[in-house]
Design a binder for this molecule. Structure first.
Ligand code: V47
Ligand code: SF4
Length: 356
């Protein structure tokens, strides 16, 4: 099959397989990927690019895992470690009470002394302060640890958090599903099968979720395609994924610094290919905090239809890994300008992609 034949297939709305995806990824000119991904994006979301008013809560960066790509985690008591008390976390929510935020994204290190009951209590108390806020919380890695520690089944653990007020699950912790690469990057963390199972069970219980892929380190194009195919299969089974978010490896201050970073061209090809392979995932997110604002704007011409949110200087994962914005924040006017510059219209959404 030729690049032209695969392009025709996509333009007819047909699904491509792993062999076709590889040929396209490696051989299609950049302009063609931009055109095909934009066609697929417009098919799903027309001229809209979604954003939300959100902030992150990162209760701690103390983590018992030692992912080699992570610039964020610290050991307890180590310089640069933080471990906010419940009151300190709630004070951060209190301070944002009048901000108009519709989503709080809670994520952090896997703290050995915290448990699911503590986090369920945290969610309940956040909802008391901001009753209408949507709690999108805990990567499958954090969930797996806290649920197993409590001796609960996945369904029991997720139900407990749902009863506390959690509505959605963020996409982190997926890294790369290939078992060999995963073992190299983040030994000891929940396996690929466990990550996928967590999301599948969550979807069955009525949560929606996102998925990510950490790329641009030691993986190959085959590993990226394998990752995307496993997500496409999950989505065929459940339909519960809202958005896919490719995460570019940022190399500062971590154990893989010597690898450097992949090019913007690679970033755009990866975005476009994600859109083309994941024909059943409605949204592809260009997470501007990780790319930087300029690349995020460019990403809108390569199939992305979401740029995450205003953030309000509330996350440190990427500033600690070398991202340009050390205090990440976007105003609505900036978001509207970015979208207009790419020829699209900014639309505010909630976590579940209802338009506001
Ligand atoms: O799982 C950690 C990644 C993830 C680095 O669901 C790194 O809406 C690049 O998943 N270089 C957490 N990436 C962040 C995440 C996320 C972010 C924004 C929105 C959503 C969503 C999810 O960050 C981790 C890991 O894959 N990460 N270190 C690094 N040096
Ligand atoms: Fe811990 Fe997450 Fe960093 Fe891994 S990526 S070391 S799980 S904080």
């Amino acid at each position: 099959m030729s690049v032209e034949q695969i392009a025709d297939k996509l333009s007819r709305g047909e699904r491509i397989d792993a062999v076709e995806a590889k040929l396209l990824w490696e051989q299609a000119p950049l302009w063609l990927l931009a055109r095909l991904a934009t066609e697929a994006k417009v098919q799903k979301s027309g001229d809209k690019v979604f954003y939300n008013k959100n902030f992150h809560l990162e209760p701690t960066n103390v983590c018992l895992f030692e992912c080699r790509f992570c610039s964020y985690r610290r050991r307890k008591g180590e310089e640069g470690a933080w471990d906010y008390s419940m009151d300190e976390v709630l004070a951060q929510v209190e301070a944002r009470k009048e901000s108009g935020a519709t989503e709080v994204h809670i994520v952090g290190g896997v703290h050995p002394e915290r448990d699911i009951y503590y986090y369920a209590d945290m969610i309940r108390r956040i909802k008391e302060i901001m009753p209408s806020i949507c709690v999108k919380a805990f990567t499958a890695v954090e969930l797996h640890y806290m649920i197993r520690k409590a001796g609960l089944s996945i369904v029991e653990g997720l139900q407990l958090l749902k009863d506390a007020g959690m509505e959605s699950i963020p996409g982190g912790g997926a890294e790369i599903f290939d078992e060999k690469i995963r073992a190299e990057l983040c030994p000891g963390k929940c396996s690929s099968a466990e990550w996928l199972e967590m999301h599948e069970e969550a979807h069955k219980l009525g949560f929606d979720s996102n998925a990510t892929m950490l790329y641009g380190h030691v993986e190959s194009i085959d590993h990226r395609i394998d990752h995307l195919m496993r997500l496409r299969d999950l989505q065929d089974r459940t339909g519960g994924l809202n958005a896919f978010i490719p995460l570019k490896f940022r190399s500062a201050n971590n154990g893989m610094e010597s690898l450097g970073e992949t090019s913007v061209v690679d970033d755009m090809r990866t975005l476009a290919m994600s859109r083309l392979i994941l024909d059943n995932v409605p949204h592809i997110k260009a997470y501007w905090v990780m790319y930087g604002k300029e690349s995020a704007e460019l990403a809108l011409s390569f199939g992305a239809d979401d740029i995450d949110g205003t953030i309000e200087d509330s996350t440190k994962i990427y500033s600690m890994a070398g991202a340009k914005d050390q205090r990440p924040r976007l105003t609505i006017a900036e978001i509207e300008k970015m979208c207009a510059a790419a020829g699209f219209r900014a639309v505010e959404r909630d976590t579940h992609y209802n338009e506001l």
